[in-house]
Design a protein around this ligand. Structure first.
Ligand code: PLP
Length: 224
């Protein structure tokens, strides 16, 4: 893919974000675009950064390691995939935000490692919004008790919620977005990470503050 395409893709995504924000009386500047760059090569990622992409997302520590080595951390890196407890130490060297906080034992390890590094880590609670057996994350019913426990960990800050709803058309996914928003409101959480290439406009209309967009920015994903 040539330079022009990534830039044009990014511009188009920005316009669509602005359109969706407009339709619901929101400001586009209140929505963070995280470019999910899994399997995307360094050249294309650099093109997106040069064109003003404000944040990057990866779902594997190992892949992020090579990319951070090549690109540094000119923008915040967000972890959006399942994190094994034994990779927390390295994840904290690479990522600014952990969007995929999906269990309490992981939170305890993040807190412990963050304290050793003298930092505080911004996290999102991953919600298994559709109660799908193959997915990790908290169920809506578990959030209250989890937040009580997490409030005791002072090197970890829960900024909001993240979800990957059951696969469907944007109209099928919309009720899940709405449910995530209601859950965030119930617990006083400001950030909502929801919406990907196929449905980020619906997510914004339902209150997303963070969208995670891969193919619409970088083009079709090559296989790993
Ligand atoms: C890959 C991925 C995305 C982006 O997916 P696209 O459909 O390419 O936009 C978003 N969120 C997570 C957690 C992902 O793994």
């Amino acid at each position: 893919m040539i330079d022009h395409d990534v830039r044009a893709n990014l511009e188009r995504v920005r316009e669509r974000i602005a359109g969706a924000a407009d339709r619901t009386g929101r400001r586009a500047t209140d929505i963070l675009l995280v470019g999910v760059s899994k399997t995307v090569d360094i050249t294309r990622i650099r093109q997106a950064l040069d064109a003003g992409l404000p944040a990057l997302g990866e779902n594997r520590v190992q892949e992020a390691r090579a990319k951070v080595a090549a690109l540094g951390r000119p923008v915040p890196w967000h972890l959006v995939g399942h994190l094994q407890t034994n990779k927390v130490k390295e994840a904290l060297e690479l990522f600014d935000v952990i969007q995929s906080l999906d269990r309490l034992s992981l939170a305890e390890e993040i807190d412990r490692r963050a304290r050793a590094r003298g930092r505080t880590v911004d996290c999102l609670l991953e919600i298994n919004v559709g109660n799908e057996p193959q997915k990790t994350g908290f169920t809506a019913d578990e959030v209250g008790a989890a937040l009580d426990r997490l409030a005791k960990l002072d090197c970890l800050r829960v900024r909001g919620l993240m979800a990957i709803p059951p696969v469907g058309t944007p109209d099928e996914t919309r009720p899940w977005f709405r449910a995530l928003r209601a859950l965030g409101e119930r617990h006083g959480l400001a950030e909502l990470s929801m919406g990907m290439s196929a449905d980020f406009e619906a997510a914004i209309e339902e209150g997303a503050t963070i969208v995670r967009v891969g193919t619409a920015v970088f083009g079709p994903r090559p296989p790993r």
